[in-house]
Design a protein around this ligand. Structure first.
Ligand code: LIP
Length: 275
């Protein structure tokens, strides 16, 4: 039976957040064990997807299968969209967006900056989300209207007010033609205006770092719903501002570029990243 869409006590969304946290941790730990078994620094075998530099490992697929299995058992009437092909239509009005390993290049190279990102949406808006980075043992969690936490401790954006001393984060497309040149030109515009730019390799972690005040702003285009759905909620619940590159609301299900920032820096950054 599908949940009543009306959730007056918030009990449904509370349970959904708990489920996000549990499954993200279980899936992330599963992937972490697999990575450790490969041995330190061993390059994980992989195929390619959208381009020669867009990897997918057997562990992306098996971790997504673990998440989908849990969700199908716990929430059989919900829809599911996964980066590695999961696509279930439901009747409940809730839709899960899953990136089993966000930061796959880092996973392949045995760099620590990867995570499992899981979010559940209602009417296209995230209501609960979790980003779990198993290598560093960090679980970021948010529930709509209930704030955001890192390992159960409340988090908030940095409150920075000076762009010139801000720490920014960004990422780059797997499509080398055109996209990368445009992104390089954007970096050339932004780099002289900020303290520095970090390229972590995971959109979900970049957004989690904005939410926890570890970076002041993050911008990226050519990303997907599963990369950002949980992180967008983290930033919003942590007091940040999240928009598209033109300042409009982000359509989490089909993002056209995301700018997430501590409030005082959002407008000024928007001017710099707009082509
Ligand atoms: C990655 C994103 C990252 C982006 C990479 C890639 P994946 O997702 O999280 O922000 O810069 O190009 O799209 O492929 O590791 O799930």
């Amino acid at each position: 039976m599908s949940d009543a869409i009306d959730d007056p006590t918030g009990e449904i969304e509370y349970r959904l957040r708990t489920l996000c946290d549990e499954i993200a941790r279980e899936a992330g730990d599963f992937a972490h064990r697999a990575r450790r078994d490969l041995g330190p620094g061993a390059r994980a075998a992989h195929q390619t997807k959208s381009s020669a530099v867009d990897p997918v490992t057997e562990f992306d697929r098996s971790t997504e299968a673990l998440v989908v299995d849990r969700l199908r058992r716990e929430r059989p009437d919900d829809s599911i969209v996964g980066e590695e092909g999961a696509n279930h239509s439901g009747t409940s009005g809730y839709e899960w967006h899953v990136d089993p390993i966000d930061g796959t290049v880092n996973f392949v190279y045995d760099l620590p900056g990867w995570c499992c990102s899981i979010a559940v949406l209602r009417d296209g808006e995230p209501v609960a989300g979790a980003v779990y980075a198993p290598v560093v043992g960090e679980l970021y969690s948010a529930g709509r209207g209930h704030g955001a936490t890192l390992n159960d401790v409340p988090i908030g954006v940095s409150g920075a007010t000076e762009l010139a001393t801000s720490l920014a984060a960004t990422g780059f497309s797997y499509h080398l033609d055109g996209h990368r040149l445009r992104q390089a030109a954007r970096i050339a515009r932004v780099l002289p205006t900020v303290r520095d730019i970090r390229r972590q390799g995971s959109a979900a972690l970049d957004l989690a770092y904005v939410a926890s005040g570890r970076v002041d702003l993050y911008f990226e285009e050519f990303i997907s719903s599963w990369d950002i759905a949980a992180g967008v909620l983290l930033v919003a619940e942590a007091g940040g501002i999240v928009t598209s590159f033109d300042g409009s609301d982000v359509d989490v299900t089909a993002p056209m570029g995301v700018l997430a920032a501590t409030p005082a820096l959002h407008t000024e950054t928007l001017a710099g990243i707009t082509d």
